[in-house]
Design a protein around this ligand. Sequence first.
Ligand SMILES: [Fe+2]
Length: 249
Amino acid sequence: MQDDEHHHHDVEFDRATRRSILLALGIASVGSVATSAAAAPRLLPGMRLAPTPGIDLINDKPAHALPKPLVATANDILGPFWRAGAPFNTSLVPKGANGRKVAVSGTVRDTDGKPVEGVILDFWNADDAGKYDLENPFQTLMPNEYRYRGLVKSDANGKYSVETIVPGKYRIPPQLPGFESFDGLLRPSHIHLMTSHNGTVPLITQIYFTGDPEIARDPWASKSKSIVGLDKAGDALAARFDIVLLRMG
Ligand SMILES: [Fe+2]
C-alpha cells in the first residue's frame, strides 16, 4: 500500500513536472492532444465498420493508371516585333552573328498526349545585343532582311528543332502602345513563338531560361511555366521545349 501510494505520487509529480516544462517551452497543447486521442471511439464487441464503397484510391492501381490530360502550354504576349512572312529555315542565325548558339527542340502534342504533325512553328527573337531586325511595328522588312526569324514544321512524331542564339535582353521602348506602364522594363532573355495548324488552337508564347534574374521582375515571365534549362551540347547549347496544344472543336 505504502509502495502504491509512493508510486502514484511519483507519477503525479512527473506529470506536473512534465507539464510545467512543456508550458515553459510553449507546448501547452500536448495535454489536449493526448485527451482527444483517448476520446477516440473504440471498436466494441459486436461493432463492425462499414466497408467503404467505390474505388480504393490508395491501393487500386488501375485507378491511378487512368490517362491524365496534359495541360496546354500557356499563352504569353505577342509583343510588337512579330512580322508575317518569315521563311522556313532550320537555323535563324545569320552568318557572322554574335552570341551563343542554342538548339531549341521538343515535341508538339495535344492534350491527350498524341504527337501533332505539321504544326508550323514561327520563331522570332532579338540578337545578342537585344535588338530585333524590326525597330518598330510600323517598319517594313524585305524578305532578305529577316534576321532571327523563321518557320519550322513538326514531323510525324511531333518533333521539331530550330537553331538560334540566346537572345540579348532589351528594355521595353517608351510609349509603346499597350505597354506604356512598362516603359524601360528590362525583359529577361526570351524566344517568341507562334503556332499555326489546321486542327489545333493557335498558341502565341515565349520561352525563358532558368536562372535569369530578370524573370522575377517581369510581369509575364514571372507567371510563365515556359522556363527551360540551357544545357551544354558540345560547343553549343541545347534547350528542350515541349508544347501541348488544344484540339479545335
Ligand atoms: Fe521580345
